[in-house]
Design a protein around this ligand. Structure first.
Ligand SMILES: C[S@@+](CC[C@H](N)C(=O)[O-])C[C@H]1O[C@@H](n2cnc3c(N)ncnc32)[C@H](O)[C@@H]1O
Length: 191
């Protein structure tokens, strides 16, 4: 047991800190649905999860998994997260508590289907438009593959330009791990 939380656990800690029962939240990269289920359990039956993934298989697998858990408060879209603002009904805009991204490719899936920095940044911009004040976006970045390394660089470049009066941005990263270990970026909208 270590006192410094591992990156994936810390992502959950941050989500739980800003997301309560009845809240609205976004899973921007549904994949096999593990984060989707976690979010659905955090917001409980009165809350809503909006989930996005471009892969049919990801959406189908997650639908089955949600059925098994008898979870009904999730809206899944087989749509790129760069279009999320269009798909999340206007009445929820300004009232989103949190969002999570698990970047890269599905561990046992097609490694050619990976998130890309252009669309990831577009999705972040859209979430910043519709998230509430003190809402938090949590992003797990995987720089261990080529596309992921580029995505990391572009994301850090873009996020470091955000106005500190509007958003605060942090990284949570172990700096002595080998093999470009995953790390976390969190963005809180403050104005
Ligand atoms: C690391 S996996 C996500 C793992 C997932 N959170 C889980 O719990 O299993 C990344 C996912 O992002 C998806 N993805 C890639 N580009 C996307 C995009 N533009 N919009 C939404 N999802 C995308 C991939 O299809 C893949 O399923």
């Amino acid at each position: 047991m270590m006192n410094l939380e591992q990156v994936i656990n810390y992502a959950k800690t941050l989500i739980k800190a800003c997301t309560k029962s009845g809240d609205i939240t976004i899973d921007a990269t549904v994949g096999n649905g593990f984060d989707t289920i976690f979010l659905a359990q955090v917001v409980k039956e009165k809350g809503i999860v909006f989930g996005f993934d471009i892969q049919k298989q990801a959406i189908e697998n997650t639908k089955k998994r949600l059925d098994n858990y008898k979870i009904k408060n999730v809206n899944l879209f087989q749509v790129g997260h760069e279009y999320l603002q269009e798909y999340i009904p206007n009445k929820y805009h300004g009232n989103i508590a949190s969002a999570i991204f698990n970047l890269g490719f599905l561990p046992k899936g097609n490694k050619a289907i990976t998130t890309k920095w252009e669309t990831t940044i577009e999705a972040i911009k859209q979430i910043l438009n519709i998230i509430k004040i003190n809402g938090v976006i949590v992003i797990i970045v995987y720089p261990g593959h080529k596309q992921g390394k580029l995505e990391k660089e572009k994301l850090l470049e873009y996020l470091s330009t955000l106005d500190q009066k509007e958003e605060q941005v942090l990284t949570y990263k172990f700096i002595n791990q080998i093999n470009d270990a995953p790390f976390l970026i969190a963005i809180e909208k403050i104005r």
